[in-house]
Design a protein around this ligand. Structure first.
Ligand SMILES: [Zn+2]
Length: 141
């Protein structure tokens, strides 16, 4: 009886922690979206050129968002002044999330950064797969 009771207490405190965590994440996202909306209102009209064929400009996957080059936040830091043409490209959510708001200044810089990040992820996955294979081999012995 006692163990069931403490188990229930554990569950409800866990749920509380989780709902606090979700609320914090939700508020962070809300604030990010609001800041982004303001940046778009301020600077989006300056990005006059759209490149690409409709697929993600970076990885050729299905595009769902537009990626600003440089990032809206970068242009904002420069007070809207930029020495090159401002460009928008179609992007998949994965590439867009990976790029975040880093100060990549050109398409080439973005592609190089994405290639580095995806190579790191791939290497980490390869390592995990190797570990699982070794474990599998060990069980078969
Ligand atoms: Zn992509």
């Amino acid at each position: 009886m006692k163990s069931i009771h403490s188990h229930t207490e554990f569950d409800s405190s866990f749920e509380n922690d989780e709902s606090v965590f979700l609320e914090v994440e939700f508020n962070k996202r809300k604030q990010y979206n609001e800041e982004r909306r303001l940046l778009e209102i301020r600077w989006n009209h300056k990005y006059k050129i759209e490149l690409g064929n409709g697929n993600c400009y970076h990885c050729d996957d299905v595009a769902t968002v537009l990626d600003h080059i440089p990032a809206l936040a970068t242009l904002d830091k420069m007070g809207g002044q930029w020495p090159r043409e401002l460009v928008k490209v179609p992007s998949c959510q994965r590439c867009n999330d990976t790029l975040q708001d880093f100060d990549h200044l050109t398409e080439q810089e973005k592609r190089r950064y994405l290639a580095e990040q995806y190579t790191k992820k791939r290497n980490a996955l390869d390592k995990k797969i190797q570990g699982l294979r070794r474990l599998n081999d060990w069980f078969k012995r």
